[in-house]
Design a protein around this ligand. Structure first.
Ligand SMILES: NC(=O)c1ccc[n+]([C@@H]2O[C@H](COP(=O)([O-])OP(=O)(O)OC[C@H]3O[C@@H](n4cnc5c(N)ncnc54)[C@H](OP(=O)(O)O)[C@@H]3O)[C@@H](O)[C@H]2O)c1
Length: 343
């Protein structure tokens, strides 16, 4: 079976998922929807994508030289599944339209967990998404936390997690967010929402998170601390992370000493939009205290990390692959996700 997919919301996340779908042989991209005929819409159109919009905006698209394929309703009629990548909170407003057209839908991390049947992370709960109609791929920060927790929990057991999230102030293309010169507790009253969000995927985890928004646009960074159920060595932890999909250890000896280095590495490798799908861990940050307490730091490329999860969610919802690890492998091969570097 080939699943016909449409994307409502062709922004930071939507355009990357569109590119990833074009690389799969078990799903087909039917079209994408936007409300404004801006440069992104024009480039997508020139690259051969079918563009849909709101009925009232069709004239504006035509005036910009974009011959629209139809309305968002028309786009849904041609689909088996819609990826909703509209801005935070807008997806919830669209759900009744998706329901009325009997279309499966994947929402993103800006939507609330109670909108869907399953909050999804491919490593943690692929099985729960099998055959489901409404799924939410959790946010970039929650996705990274889930992957790291999954690898540690599976190998050593976890008593509790305490993590601090240093959040990027804006995505690179955004001009209305900040801060420009401040570090902003997010929120001042602890904890942050990320811990509860992780629990929508891993319900039995003891986790508390705090967050600070920083004047940077390219990546988030996490300072992660956990108490494990057994004593471990740094080498044990390195082995566990080396085996885990979508996590990569990058060494200071190769120059990986900041999020800027991660981005430059991805640019040097020629990755489109310098996307980093993996969780890049600062290898030398892995520290063990008192035998069973682990500390580490890693980056999160907010624009890209959720892309492979969306591809796996499609496969699970249509049971194209019932074994989550087979889907992960297929997705990772198609997106050239790395396990080791250099390799
Ligand atoms: N950016 C991140 O770091 C990140 C990471 C993980 C998850 N997420 C989540 O992913 C979702 C999308 O975020 P994003 O950062 O990709 O947002 P974005 O860059 O602002 O993109 C949103 C897209 O939706 C379109 N849109 C706006 N209103 C619409 C409507 N009523 N109908 C159809 N399309 C509409 C916008 O195009 P027009 O302007 O032309 O309307 C734009 O293409 C959110 O839930 C967010 O929380 C974001």
């Amino acid at each position: 079976m080939v699943v016909n997919v449409v994307i409502n919301g062709y922004g930071t996340i939507g355009k990357r998922i569109a590119d990833a779908i074009l690389k799969q042989n078990d799903m087909k991209l039917i079209g994408v929807a936007k409300t404004k005929p801006d440069y992104s819409a024009i480039i997508a159109y020139r690259n051969g994508l079918y563009i849909y919009t709101l009925r009232d905006n069709i004239d504006k698209f035509e005036a910009a030289g974009i011959s629209v394929a139809g309305t968002i309703e028309d786009m849904l009629d041609a689909a088996d599944l819609v990826i909703d990548a509209t801005p935070k909170g807008v997806g919830a407003k669209y759900k009744s339209l998706y329901e009325s057209k009997s279309k499966k839908a994947i929402f993103q991390g800006g939507e609330k967990g109670d909108l869907v049947e399953v909050s999804f992370n491919a490593l943690c709960n692929y099985d729960k998404a099998l055959g489901k109609k409404y799924i939410r791929v959790v946010s970039c920060n929650t996705t990274a936390l889930c992957r790291v927790i999954w690898a540690l929990k599976k190998n050593f057991g976890i008593k509790k997690v305490r993590a601090t999230i240093i959040r990027r102030g804006a995505d690179p293309h955004e001009i209305k967010r900040g801060p420009i010169e401040a570090l902003v507790p997010n929120p001042v009253k602890l904890p942050s929402h990320h811990g509860p969000d992780v629990k929508t995927v891993i319900s039995d985890i003891d986790i508390v998170t705090t967050a600070i928004i920083a004047p940077t646009s390219r990546m988030h960074m996490h300072v992660f601390n956990a108490e494990l159920e057994k004593n471990v060595t740094v080498d044990d932890v390195i082995d566990a992370f080396e085996e885990a999909p979508r996590i990569i250890l990058l060494s200071e000896t190769n120059g990986f000493n900041s999020t800027a280095a991660f981005i430059e590495w991805s640019r040097d490798m020629g990755r489109k939009r310098y996307d980093i799908y993996e969780v890049p861990i600062f290898k030398e940050s892995i520290t063990i205290v008192n035998g069973n307490e682990i500390w580490l730091m890693y980056g999160v490329h907010q624009e890209a990390i959720v892309v492979p999860e969306n591809i796996d969610a499609i496969r699970a919802m249509f049971e194209l692959e019932t074994d989550g690890f087979k889907s992960i492998k297929k997705t990772d091969n198609s997106l050239r996700i790395l396990k080791r570097w250099p390799e």
